[in-house]
Design a protein around this ligand. Structure first.
Ligand code: MSK
Length: 493
């Protein structure tokens, strides 16, 4: 079975990487190689690229809004009324309304996501600028009806994070314990297993990806891995069960499990994996029953463990920050102790091999760094999560906390978010969600940096729109910079 680094030897499709492939109808797929090439329907490269970006963003928004929706179903709660009106800055509500991109505020946001697929189908929208505005609208949906809502619901259900010491990296897996890894993004089941495991002295629950980041921030549960290390968790030979919920779970885990004694359990009905055992979790009761079952299974499965000892590196970190640090960051800005705030967010794409950590380390001398998701894990591994200059604010959906910090500081300053020295930096985007988050922050007026081209051709009209035209409407831009040194130069200049 090939592991991730071997599978990566196959180069990504260069045509797809530049968004020059359209497969939205059966006259195609059409490949647009030369400057003036068009598809069978006549769509040019800008339209094809914009359509692809909209679909990417819609998929990302569906993940985050779906996450919030699953918590509502889990708790049997109703969808809150007028949510965006309550959360977004008033001046932005006005602007978004003027531009025609203020999303429906009720459950109809799911309609907006399906409209995005409609608009990008064969023979519908062929105005690349209008399509890219749709991507911004999807970003707003992602931000409020996904990130904000899911964060708020989880805080209500499981409490807010607490500033505390934590530990991360593969070394948190213990050879003297029964290890259960929980992986994914929607932590409802994982929360239950953490509670149940407390009744057993010899169970070690460890987190993976954003379910793990959330448990680390809220309860100090050790975090074993981010997205690129998920296979390594099983390859330690020490993990009895890996229980997954949804998002960023690689199907390869089934094959890796076959080489070890680890059982892979799926718990979310939309995220089954063939070869894994499915134990459906739909509400608190089923979550508790499955948690008990899995602990029992893990105890039995421990007998099949072949490897006897294991040790690996682990790092102490300070975690558990949230929007309540807005006041202190504002004070530091006022007193000129920091020049601004850089939010290092998003995935860890293994295609990105540049050294971003050194640059963020250098920048952290002058800027406060807020970080979430898989990049937070990377900063933690590098020993940077010190809680003084670099702040771990949780999982991907907790990017809502970053937006809220920006909003609170802007309110205090009586300024717009765009007027303040804030920037989002996602050096290694991987998932569609990362792109949706980028569009959300652009809609808020924050500049957004990506360190990997999100399927955009360099020097194209689409790139120009994101970098320059967006500025006219939102006073923000989305730009690409793969070179960490040049990024550093751009920031300090
Ligand atoms: S887990 S969305 S690879 S941050 Fe949130 Fe990491 Fe990106 Fe998945």
């Amino acid at each position: 079975m090939k592991r991730l680094n071997e599978r990566l030897e196959k180069r990504p499709c260069q045509i797809g990487l530049e968004s020059r492939c359209c497969k939205n109808c059966l006259m195609g797929p059409c490949i647009l190689i030369n400057k003036d090439d068009v598809g069978a329907c006549g769509a040019n490269a800008d339209v094809v690229s914009a359509r692809n970006i909209v679909r990417f963003t819609a998929a990302g928004a569906s993940n985050h809004t779906g996450h919030a929706e699953h918590i509502l179903q889990f708790t049997k709660k109703k969808f809150p009324e007028k949510y965006i009106d309550k959360k977004a800055p008033k001046y932005l509500l006005k602007l978004w309304k003027q531009l025609g991109i203020l999303p429906s505020v009720k459950h109809e946001h799911f309609k907006e996501i399906s409209e995005a697929f409609h608009a990008t189908s064969f023979g519908v929208n062929a105005d690349y600028q209008d399509l890219l505005k749709t991507a911004v609208k999807l970003g707003i949906i992602d931000g409020y009806l996904g990130l904000y809502l899911a964060t708020e619901l989880e805080d209500k259900l499981y409490g807010k994070p607490k500033v505390r010491e934590g530990v991360l990296d593969l070394g948190v897996i213990r050879d003297d314990k029964i290890n259960i890894a929980v992986h994914g993004h929607e932590p409802m089941f994982a929360e239950e297993i953490v509670k149940e495991a407390k009744k057993h002295k010899n169970i070690n629950v460890v987190g993976v990806c954003c379910t793990g980041a959330s448990l680390l921030a809220k309860h100090g549960v050790p975090l074993a891995a981010n997205v690129i290390l998920q296979e390594n968790v099983i390859a330690t030979g020490m993990v009895e069960i890996m229980a997954v919920d949804a998002q960023c779970v690689m199907p390869s885990l089934v094959d890796i499990c076959e080489c070890y004694h680890t059982r892979l359990i799926t718990t979310n009905s939309i995220a089954k994996i063939s070869g894994a055992t499915h134990m459906p979790v739909t509400d608190r009761e089923s979550a508790n029953i499955v948690a008990k079952k899995i602990i029992k299974l893990a105890i039995e499965n421990r007998k099949k463990r072949k490897r006897t000892s294991f040790s690996a590196k682990k790092e102490k970190v300070i975690v558990g920050f949230d929007e309540r640090i807005a006041d202190s960051l504002h004070k530091q800005l006022k007193e000129k102790k920091i020049k601004g705030i850089i939010a290092v967010i998003g995935c860890r794409n293994p295609r990105v091999t540049e050294d971003w950590i050194s640059v963020y380390r250098k920048l952290s001398k002058d800027y406060a760094i807020l970080t979430t998701g898989c990049m937070a894990f990377e900063l933690g591994k590098a020993g940077m999560l010190d809680g003084r200059r670099v702040f771990h604010v949780g999982s991907c959906i907790n990017n809502a906390r970053i937006a809220e910090i920006f909003k609170r500081i802007a309110d205090k300053e009586k300024k717009e978010i765009t007027d303040l020295p804030f920037i989002i930096s996602a050096p290694a985007p991987l998932s569609e969600k990362c792109v949706a988050i980028g569009f959300f922050f652009a809609a808020l007026g924050t500049d957004v940096h990506f360190g990997y081209p999100m399927m955009i051709k360099t020097n194209s009209n689409v790139e120009n729109f994101l970098a320059n035209v967006l500025k006219k409407h939102f006073k923000s831009r989305i730009f690409f910079e793969r070179d960490p040194k040049l990024f550093y130069k751009k920031i300090v200049e």
